[in-house]
Design a protein around this ligand. Structure first.
Ligand SMILES: NC(=O)c1ccc[n+]([C@@H]2O[C@H](COP(=O)([O-])OP(=O)(O)OC[C@H]3O[C@@H](n4cnc5c(N)ncnc54)[C@H](O)[C@@H]3O)[C@@H](O)[C@H]2O)c1
Length: 480
């Protein structure tokens, strides 16, 4: 029976391996991690990540042909195919700090594979890595191999959190990059056969290693660029009286553009977009492509601008100060249907408001109190590093509550920062009655019906929508 091992039981390793186990009864899949609490959670009824449909998939195959373990070396040694799905955060220090990918975790995984292997293996890059990483990994493996043959493949993951199970079940494409040698081609075929258990052949694309690695960075850069483009338009809509939803609808009707991923918002988040673009920028700079680097940098800058602009709208609308005022934060996850908060726009907005001495009451249906406090305490680039390096914030400016009505009670303003469906159907009349007046709603995700809320009596700001007369009379960007 073929054995697969995946190093890294995170948002990618867990769901992707569960999907392989579900569809390939003839393959044993072990997911290993150095973080014991994570592995314990995967083996419990309370999985470490929230993802619609994931519980059922894990339940169907855990103990059958899907195993979670901290015995990293044993499972790597036994495997025919080793996936590496460890975190690749932005480097904090040294050469390329703030931009380049930190490959520490990847390198230590590769060295461990070389150390413990006694049989030939296919090593698969599942993490998102800079172009040419495969070459570096190949060198590490082959210089430490004791005669064992390693074939390295790039198999970047395109799942989106919140829809991971759907994306994995019916992927738009599976991408496999490998060496164009006979052994390389054989390895590609072996991995192709795994996916062919449930993915139609015409959706499995093969190419050379560098194209596969770059395709993942390019896909994320283009997706983030779409959001920054529509967000840039949202600022212009507010200045001119246009409605960004109408503009996006009209634009998306063009079949060359398409309707998806055109929602204006307070900004994109998630573990990947920013780090992957910064990584792309760094690679461009290293190759002397200054203009190209600057082009992509702008996508990140517009995202930062959008978050800062939102904070300014809140503060300027509320008489230029939020000091001591209770502000309800509805939603902290970076998008709906996930509990993931990495690089969430909410983090920057909350920090901005705390900077102005606001009193925050935060509610999110999936994010724990500990996570929120930890996020607000860590340095911006530290989120993807081990937990023991992170300190929790014990701030008198923040309370985390488990009920949206408690968050909004007595508040001067409400900020909606994640597009959870439940925020569309809250009892806004009840919320209005319980709030200080004038009562403000700042919708960073365009989830509420602006006219309905204005009818109730709220002063409403919704990104890219025609401005409330109250907001309109204020400068768009007060001095910072
Ligand atoms: N999250 C996403 O939506 C997404 C989508 C596509 C690609 N990716 C990429 O996939 C990779 C993994 O992302 P993630 O979100 O799953 O990260 P994650 O932080 O959730 O998981 C990574 C896991 O790897 C473990 N790990 C690190 N070093 C290890 C080692 N030497 N041995 C064993 N375990 C080790 C960590 O303990 C952690 O549990 C990243 O490169 C990311 O860019 C992520």
């Amino acid at each position: 029976m073929m054995k697969i091992c995946c190093i890294g039981a995170g948002y990618v390793g867990g769901p992707t391996m569960a999907m392989i186990a579900l569809n390939c009864h003839d393959i044993d899949v072990a997911v290993v991690d150095i973080a014991a609490p994570r592995i314990n959670a995967w083996n419990s009824s309370n999985l470490p990540i929230f993802e619609p449909g994931l519980d059922d998939v894990v339940k169907a195959c855990r103990g059958r042909n899907l195993f979670f373990s901290t015995d990293v070396e044993k499972h790597v040694a036994e495997a025919d195919i080793v996936f590496v799905s460890v975190n690749t955060p932005t480097k904090l220090r040294g050469l390329g700090a703030g931009k380049a990918a930190d490959l520490t975790y990847w390198e230590s995984a590769a060295r461990m594979i070389a150390d413990v292997s006694t049989t030939d293996k296919i090593v698969v890059e599942k993490s998102t890595v800079p172009v040419k990483t495969a070459e570096a990994i190949e060198k590490i493996l082959n210089h430490n191999s004791n005669g064992i043959q390693f074939q390295i493949l790039s198999n970047p993951e395109f799942l989106a959190e919140g829809t991971a199970i759907e994306d994995l079940m019916k992927p738009d494409r599976v991408l496999i990059g490998g060496r164009e040698t006979p052994d390389g081609k054989k390895a590609i075929e072996t991995l192709k056969d795994v996916y062919a258990h449930w993915v139609p052949a015409d959706r499995i694309i093969t190419m050379n290693l560098w194209s596969a690695e770059l395709s993942k960075l390019a896909a994320n850069a283009l997706l983030a660029q779409r959001i920054s483009s529509v967000n840039a338009m949202s600022a212009l809509c507010e200045a001119t009286g246009a409605d960004v939803s109408e503009v996006a609808y009209a634009v998306g009707k063009d079949s060359r553009i398409g309707p998806r991923f055109l929602n204006a918002s307070v900004g994109y988040g998630g573990s990947c977009f920013q780090k992957d673009i910064l990584n792309l920028v760094y690679i461009c700079e290293c190759n002397g492509l200054t203009e190209v680097a600057n082009y992509w940098k702008q996508v990140v800058q517009i995202n930062d601008y959008q978050k800062a602009r939102f904070v300014k709208r809140v503060v300027s609308s509320m008489f230029n100060t939020v000091s001591g005022k209770k502000i309800a934060i509805l939603g902290f996850a970076f998008k709906k249907d996930t509990g993931d908060t990495r690089e969430t726009a909410a983090m920057d907005v909350c920090r901005g408001l705390i900077g102005d001495k606001a009193q925050l009451s935060i509610y999110d249906p999936q994010v724990t109190r500990e996570q929120i406090l930890r996020d607000l305490a860590v340095d911006k680039l530290d989120w993807d590093h081990p937990r023991h390096l992170q300190q929790s914030l014990n701030s008198k400016h923040v309370s985390v509550v488990s009920d949206p009505y408690e968050a909004t009670k007595g508040a001067h303003g409400v900020c909606i920062l994640t597009e959870w469906d439940e925020f569309k159907t809250l009892e806004y009349e009840r919320i209005y009655k319980s709030m200080q007046k004038p009562a403000f709603v700042f919708d960073g995700r365009n989830v509420i019906d602006v006219n309905e809320l204005r009818k109730i009596g709220f002063i409403v700001y919704s990104v890219g929508k025609p401005l409330d007369p109250w907001v309109k009379d204020l400068p768009a960007a007060p001095p910072s």
